[in-house]
Design a protein around this ligand. Sequence first.
Ligand code: PMP
Length: 395
Amino acid sequence: MQHKYARRANALEPSEMRLILSSSERPELISFAGGLPASELFPIEELKAASHAVLTDQGAASLQYTSTMGYIPLRQAVMERMQAIGIQSDLQQVMITSGSQQAIDLTGRVFLDEGDTVICESPTYLAAINAFNAYHANIVDVEMDEDGMKMDALERCLQENPQAKFIYTIPDFQNPTGRTLALERRKRMIELANQFDVLILEDDPYGAIRFSGTPIPPIKQFDTEGRVIYLSSFSKIFAPGLRLGWICAEEEILEKYAGFKESADMHTDGLAQQMTAKYMELYDLDAHIETIKAVYRERCETMLDCIANYFPENISFNKPEGGLFIWAELPDSMNAGDIALKCMKNNVAFVPGAPFYVKGPQKNTMRLNFSNSNPEQIKEGMKRIAEVLHSEFSS
Ligand code: PMP
């Protein structure tokens, strides 16, 4: 079939990461590999009541085709949530998508011709790289430090790529690094975007999961020219299986997105949208998010303690104030991919950092997920990784 596939299909290689993720389903294995929320926190009983209410009150209408832009009460609820974090919008500027992943993909359809430049963080979210690659984008990455993308490096990159279409950034608790873009850098990014006339794709699925420190306003809050396309999602604050995300952008831009969304899936699952809107009417989503934050704070602290207590000394790691991930760096000479494979044999999984780099992968990096294991599992799993690391360090 090789000769039948489109070029974009042939570009998709089975990645090391997919291999680790697929084999991390063995029951004896403790996995810090995926980016899964804690499923024991999903509000099952509340969702049963919400779906019962929707199916009873709306009847057949709840199962009918619905609008491409999304279910109006859900869009309204999203608008209110964004207002609470300082993003003013009206209904025409909010669209519901099938997860924010669809919004990333639609961004490619709307903006990218073959060879167009996208600027992103180094490293960045793998599924965004793959989505932009499917549109044959020229992806250029910009160096980061603990405070996110470096603005002097971004400026140089924009000078070298003045035709860039957009900057893709995950400002809060980035995937994979858990890093957060500093306030001054957010303001500078907007200045640069205005100066060089590029758009910003602000992908913010984790911002609401801040369990310590002070919230930083989203980049969109500083946008005076309508050039920030803001994405977020119900996946990490509610349930990823419902596949509900949203875009907040200028109406004119959303019309383009809606055109392509119609050809992709007509509209986002109507029942899921109505159940979620009903849940927010009957219950307190913010209280639910507080529960998630408390659980993740404990898991993150447990994992950080384990790194400090069990891992060899010359491993550096960050202390995220939210989100789902810790990023660790081994000494330069070490390959986290090899260590990940040895860890799999020791019944513990994590993903090596290399696949998250567009180019020049730092092979000594690792991403550790803390949201999807309880503290006991975290302690046991981290001990298992530490065993492998100690034997590598002594060999
Ligand atoms: N953006 C980032 C940075 C992510 O990490 C993820 C999922 N892990 C997504 C987008 C997609 O999430 P969803 O489609 O579930 O909203």
